[in-house]
Design a protein around this ligand. Structure first.
Ligand SMILES: [Zn+2]
Length: 345
């Protein structure tokens, strides 16, 4: 069954893998930067080319350059509060019922603002959005590969402090091909003991062994990307048997050259072979996409039917880091609303 883009927008959705710093609106970046730096253009269409990749992007360098251009202007609590709220509003507009947004506080902290200043601002932005849009979800704090241990310690302390107050889990982000997961093991061991759920970026820039480390050393309950489990059939089976959800971000993988094209993305193979696949956005601003776009791509370029996509949406809510009560409530809401939409089609 194929249906129009607009009706895909109406379906209740879940996004588990979404970076706040990569999901900023073009207009907002322009607004933040215009008074702080001499911009090469004041035409918003031209400005967009500086902060978003276009649909033909097949280059990690090109992708990362966009971040570099605007990143210094995000190191501010007011900005972080604003972009968190706006991201929730954008999600609400495409009927996302539940969203987990993530960021690495050490990347926004500076001499002027501590990690805690930034975290508080983000939590505030999300709290306001919950009130304004009725959207559910929470914040995932990322420890970051290649930064200092004191910074990991501080991020972990904040996760512990705010776990019942807006934070729902931790993540490990940064370059897995250069920095091993091993030094992070004590933090994730502690997280397991005190029941802070963890997801880990792995099997994106490095191979299946990175996913193995995420599961065995960091006790990851979900994996960000994980697509390189395809390299080892024995390990693939293990991930399937453990029912570990993969947070798949199709367009992001194409744009950053993890896979060559949409057609070559293994997401459908994973799904058909029993892996718990979820569909997510990653960096909706830089990639210039939303979750509806990813659902559409899944249908048009990866061979999924609508039923499969709705099934992956249920995988997502089942893999959410919120408490069981909230999870069941949202799952019921999603199922009911989905049924209603389908009965009208
Ligand atoms: Zn990511």
């Amino acid at each position: 069954m194929k249906i129009l883009d607009e009706s895909l927008r109406k379906f209740p959705k879940v996004d588990l893998h979404c970076h706040i710093d990569g999901s900023v609106r073009v207009e907002t970046l322009y607004d933040i930067m215009k008074n702080q730096v001499e911009l090469p253009t004041h035409d918003i269409k031209e400005f967009k080319k500086l902060v978003c990749v276009d649909s033909s992007c097949r280059s990690l360098t090109d992708f990362l350059n966009k971040f570099e251009f605007f990143y210094p202007y995000l190191k501010n609590p007011d900005v972080m509060e604003r972009i968190t709220w706006e991201l929730a509003e954008d999600a609400f507009k495409e009927n996302i019922k539940y969203i987990e947004m993530r960021f690495a506080p050490c990347l926004q902290a500076s001499e002027k603002y501590s990690q805690e200043d930034i975290v508080k601002a983000v939590l505030n932005g999300f709290k306001k959005a919950k009130r304004d849009f009725g959207i559910e979800g929470g914040i995932i704090l990322c420890l970051y590969r290649g930064t200092k241990e004191e910074e990991w310690q501080e991020t972990f302390r904040l996760a512990e402090k705010y776990i019942c107050d807006g934070v729902v889990g931790i993540d490990l982000a940064g370059d897995e091909s250069k920095y091993s997961a091993k030094p992070f093991a004590p933090f994730f061991q502690k997280a397991k003991e005190i029941r802070i759920p963890a997801t880990v970026h792995a099997g994106e820039a490095w191979g299946w062994q990175s996913v193995k480390d995420a599961i065995d050393l960091l006790f990851a309950k979900r994996i960000g990307h994980g697509i390189r489990i395809i390299e080892n059939s024995v390990f693939f089976e293990r991930v399937r048997n453990m029912k570990i959800p993969l947070e798949i971000c199709i367009t992001s993988n194409v744009q950053t050259e993890v896979v060559k094209s949409y057609k070559e993305h293994p997401v459908k193979f994973f799904y058909d072979n029993g892996i718990r696949v979820t569909l997510n956005t990653d960096d909706r601003g830089v990639s210039d996409i939303d979750l509806t776009h990813e659902w559409k791509i899944a249908q048009e370029k990866c061979g999924f039917g609508l039923e499969d996509i709705l099934d992956m949406n249920i995988n997502a809510i089942e893999g959410a880091f919120c408490d069981e009560k909230t999870k069941n409530k949202i799952k019921e809401k999603i199922q009911e609303e989905t049924r209603k939409i389908l009965s009208k089609e």
